[in-house]
Design a binder for this molecule. Structure first.
Ligand SMILES: [Zn+2]
Length: 602
């Protein structure tokens, strides 16, 4: 039922220019990414795409407040406020950096939202990536969001997440269509279809009393998109013609010259690899790279290979995408991972998470030989259809090393042709600037240097004065009127660190302790007391401390013991004892954590 007859047809569906097709995305049971086969008739939309709903009011101040997503790639979370009402755009998560020991996820601090929780009108989702929807569940635990608007795939994925957390009843969902405009308070938001690595991705044109704001969302310009859904450039141009006060735009690839190739560009290289492989093929990409997964499944089918999907997130996204009509593959194509080893080697493709070298992912475990069902057989082909997110380079490299060491052929790297980015490069960033022609510009979705580079492009392309370009940090408050734009203050915008295994947050002090433990070690001193008299111990344990030799360790142990025995009242002397031990180790140029445990009998 999900198959359409000509899904591989290069004919593109022109729904962006055809207002009558909008209704197709309202019900989730209808196939959406279908090509009709008959040549679609391009129609020019009648009337304006962006209906003028919000009159300009020079007395109004509109604030744009990112609490995540600037100076980083991740946890995109925006607040737009006018008077005493605000809307939220996206609520994402970030993955931890290598120094966050034991942290699974990072979320934005919600202090500002919690303090203003009675002002929240609703949330708008641009697309279904984790760095845009992964923070919604946590947010719903802290504040009430009366309604969440978003495209069907993003809402479908989000519903699954909220169901897992038992939060489905906490809000109401409204699935939006391309070019649909939602009026809410003194805002009106139009969903403008764009291209990205996941279907159903949108830019937002936001009408406010201070003028138009265009929020690009994550985008690239892909003129041969895998799902045939073209970027609604006309809507952007219309916004530009009306006059845009502020453009907020994707800076991910601001360091890359030229154009990002079409998603379709990876198809030939992946297919070529399939054609050549005579043992198993293991292929990894981002779990949420729906377009890529769709292409891989099509190629696998063509080459008569069954596909085992490893990684719960990837399987879930594939199944939801299929259910909602964004992918179609026959029932028999997928096999369970336990079956993968029983098929002839030329008949199997394993599609797996772990493209970022995540320690617990299936690919990392396969590479390390610790995966329960799948192990590398020399001659297997591994395709890494992704590039490392900044910060993950070392772990990705380690995984690739381990795969080679087990005898796999690994196809990877920027020049391999098996990956393209879902984000715009410089030339596309210029097109966005040129179409929208904003008065003010805020580069977003990038590390600091990327924001700066993107700002420089705006100076070049639009001859935009430097003072109209805002390189901001999370928590900065940008205030817009019909005439002016300025940073007027800041709100709290720290981070919350989450440990999945405990379903709880981790305090910053814990991370500091963990960092200290890993670099300096710990000394445990255990003493059992009865009426302030030592009846057992002191037992002194060194973990991760370094001594010149055994004799030096013995000398220090004796010194600490003598110091302990000198004390009349150990409880009172605890602090000075800690100081004494620290001083001993300072002499050894070490700074371990000192933990004294006084155990009282009775
Ligand atoms: Zn994205």
């Amino acid at each position: 039922m999900y198959n359409s007859p000509n899904n591989n047809s290069p004919i593109l569906r022109r729904s962006n220019f055809n207002t009558s097709s909008q209704g197709q995305t309202t019900t989730i049971n209808k196939p959406i990414a279908q090509n009709t086969g008959s040549s679609p008739k391009p129609e020019i939309a009648k009337g304006p795409i962006i209906p003028e709903l919000i009159p300009l009011d020079p007395s109004k101040k509109v604030q744009v407040i990112p609490i995540g997503g600037l100076c980083e790639i991740g946890k995109n979370t925006w607040i737009i406020r006018c008077d005493d009402k605000m809307i939220i755009i996206d609520a994402g998560l970030a993955f931890p950096s290598e120094d966050m020991h034991g942290v699974d996820l990072v979320l934005p601090e919600l202090t500002y939202l919690i303090e203003n929780k009675d002002k929240i009108l609703g949330m708008f989702i641009t697309h279904g990536h984790e760095d845009h929807i992964g923070g919604v569940a946590n947010m719903l635990k802290s504040v009430n969001i009366p309604i969440i608007y978003g495209p069907p795939l993003a809402i479908g994925l989000l519903e699954g997440k909220l169901k897992e957390h038992g939060l489905l009843q906490k809000t109401v969902f409204k699935r939006t269509k391309p070019r649909e405009t939602i009026q809410i308070g003194s805002f009106a938001l139009t969903f403008v279809r764009n291209n990205h690595s996941i279907p159903d991705s949108f830019s937002l044109v936001i009408q406010t009393p201070a003028g138009l704001i265009v929020h690009s969302g994550d985008f690239k310009f892909d003129h041969t998109p895998v799902d045939g859904e073209l970027f609604d450039i006309a809507a952007l141009a219309e916004a530009g013609a009306k006059g845009v006060q502020l453009l907020i735009s994707d800076s991910t690839n601001a360091e890359k010259a030229g154009f990002t190739p079409s998603e379709r560009a990876v198809f030939p290289k992946i297919e070529e690899t399939f054609a050549k492989a005579n043992k198993r093929i293991i292929i990894t990409t981002f779990a949420s790279q729906v377009h890529r997964i769709k292409q891989i499944l099509e190629i696998a089918q063509k080459y008569g290979r069954k596909v085992a999907i490893l990684g719960r997130s990837m399987l879930n996204i594939a199944l939801v995408s299929r259910q909602l009509g964004y992918m179609n593959f026959p029932d028999g194509l997928l096999i369970r991972s336990e079956e993968a080893m029983n098929y002839p080697m030329q008949k199997v493709c394993i599609l797996t998470t772990g493209s970022q070298g995540e320690p617990l992912s299936a690919l990392t475990r396969i590479a390390n030989g610790s995966h329960k069902q799948v192990s590398i057989i020399p001659g297997d082909t591994v395709i890494v259809s992704a590039t490392p997110i900044p910060g993950n380079e070392r772990s990705v490299a380690a995984t690739i090393n381990a795969l080679f060491a087990r005898g796999a052929e690994v196809v990877y790297g920027r020049d391999s042709g098996v990956h393209v980015s879902g984000h715009c490069s410089q030339e596309e960033q210029k097109i966005m600037l040129n179409l929208v022609r904003p008065k003010y510009f805020m580069p977003a979705h990038g590390e600091y240097r990327m924001l700066v580079r993107h700002g420089k492009l705006a100076e070049e392309v639009c001859a935009m004065p430097t003072e109209n370009i805002f390189i901001m940090e999370n928590g900065d408050v940008l205030e817009l009127t019909t005439e002016t734009c300025a940073v007027v203050g800041e709100v709290p915008a720290g981070i919350i660190m989450i440990d999945n295994s405990r379903e709880g947050t981790i305090e910053k002090s814990v991370i500091q302790d963990r960092a200290k433990l890993s670099s300096d070690g710990i000394i445990n001193i255990v003493i059992t007391l009865d009426q302030n008299k030592i009846i057992a111990g002191p037992d002194i344990l060194f973990k991760g401390c370094i001594f010149g030799d055994a004799q030096q360790q013995q000398e220090i142990t004796n010194k600490i013991k003598a110091e302990i025995l000198k004390a009349n009242d150990l409880k009172a002397a605890e602090k000075s004892l800690e100081k004494f031990v620290k001083a001993e180790f300072e002499a050894l140029k070490q700074n371990p954590i000192v933990q004294i445990l006084l155990m009282e009998v009775n």
